[in-house]
Design a protein around this ligand. Structure first.
Ligand SMILES: Cc1ncc(COP(=O)(O)O)c(C=O)c1O
Length: 373
């Protein structure tokens, strides 16, 4: 039997996410309705529905349609559409990359805490995983000197989450280049989960696949693009790696589904409108969040950089898990307790909820915090 730790965030969200009235735990930028999506083209989706009605619900394009791959390739500087593989969300992309690359006895370094797949899947595959710990005192930014200490001549893979879940920290090109230089010295791969794009300056974001031949980018339409419900993600890598992924992919999924592929392509074709809507929402919600933090003496945070997840510290004299359960019971507000990221004392707060939900959620969170005054 393959041993694997329970997935902290998922275990918590699976239990509670449908029961909260004020859900400020999620890391998706407020999900779009079908109606909102269909109105992106200004024609109530008339063309989309016409095309959909003509589709056979067969397996569709196994690796993702050519249109999908073309749209995804446009998100990068130097990626050929052939080297994009469609997956079941970014979770499917991470699984595919890790399952294809990691063998028992391998040495893997993973940014920690971050998305749990990135360290617990390699462990479950028999790798030795060393944590590249991020520290609040350093604004949750990893320290390159610590990476140097962790590197070994046989390091096979470095896993990063850029921007980081839960902290929202964005790694810039200069820093990534230093990681690449270290990895290149020993021929290590670098896998970067890039589902969170900083929306204040998206043009400055650099994907690992555009920086490093052995870089693997995973991504999806779930967070930055607000459509987690279509369950579409992808891997982007060089031709040789992609060929390897193809082999393993055949054992883990057939296709993403005809409808989902069409929706994903449609959303990417309208990315300008989606990103403009989301940028506005992120920037105005950040302001609400900032004002709340400034006036809430029982909360502090390293502000995320226009990325839809944050990791504030709450000053409460009880266990954080217990506090979050009580908050849900008393105030109908959902957060993710920091123990899901092995960092008690903190909570994941998804401030990119619809604005009314955020405002009321924060107000009620304050009420819960001040019971300890
Ligand atoms: C860093 C990261 N990667 C992947 C996922 C899951 O993405 P998807 O819905 O595309 O599977 C999440 C969801 O929280 C995430 O935070």
């Amino acid at each position: 039997m393959v041993e694997i730790a329970p997935f902290g965030v998922e275990a918590w969200l699976n239990k509670w996410e449908k029961s909260a009235r004020y859900d400020i735990s999620q890391s998706t930028i407020a999900s779009l309705t079908m109606d909102e999506l269909m109105n992106l083209d200004g024609h109530h989706g008339a063309e989309f529905y016409e095309m959909l009605n003509a589709q056979k619900m067969n397996y569709g394009w196994i690796e993702g349609s050519p249109s999908f791959k073309n749209e995804v390739a446009k998100l990068y500087r130097h990626v050929d559409p052939h080297n994009i593989l469609q997956t079941n969300g970014a979770t499917g992309a991470n699984l595919l990359a890790l399952y294809s690359l990691v063998e028992p006895g391998d040495h893997v370094i993973a940014e920690y805490p971050s998305y749990q797949q990135l360290y617990d899947i390699p462990k479950s595959l028999g790798a030795t995983v060393d944590y590249w710990q991020i520290h609040e005192a350093a604004n949750w930014y990893p320290d390159i000197e610590e990476l140097k200490q962790l590197m070994r001549p046989d390091t096979k893979l470095i896993c990063l989450n850029n921007a980081n879940n839960p902290t929202g920290t964005v790694l810039d090109q200069e820093f990534l280049q230093q990681v690449v230089d270290l990895a290149a010295q020993v021929g290590a791969y670098i896998l970067v989960d890039e589902v969170y794009l900083p929306l204040d300056q998206p043009e400055k974001f650099v994907s690992i696949v555009d920086l490093y031949d052995k870089g693997i980018a995973t991504n999806s339409l779930s967070k930055t693009y607000s459509v987690p419900g279509i369950r579409i993600g992808w891997t982007a890598a060089n031709a040789e790696l992609t060929e390897r992924f193809r082999k393993y992919r055949d054992y883990t999924m057939i296709c993403g589904g005809v409808f989902n592929d069409l929706m994903a392509t449609y959303v990417l074709r309208h990315k300008k409108q989606v990103l403009a809507r989301n940028r506005k929402l992120v920037m105005s919600n950040l302001q609400i969040y900032q004002e709340w933090i400034a006036n809430e003496e029982r909360a502090s945070v390293v502000m995320p950089q226009a990325v839809s997840t944050s990791f504030p510290k709450l000053d409460v004299p009880v266990d954080i898990h217990q506090f979050c359960e009580q908050l849900l019971a008393d105030q109908d507000v959902l957060l993710v307790p920091g123990d899901a990221f092995d960092t008690p004392g903190h909570v994941r707060l998804g401030y990119c909820a619809p604005q009314a939900t955020l405002k009321e959620g924060l107000k009620r969170l304050s009420t819960a915090l001040h019971q300890y005054d």
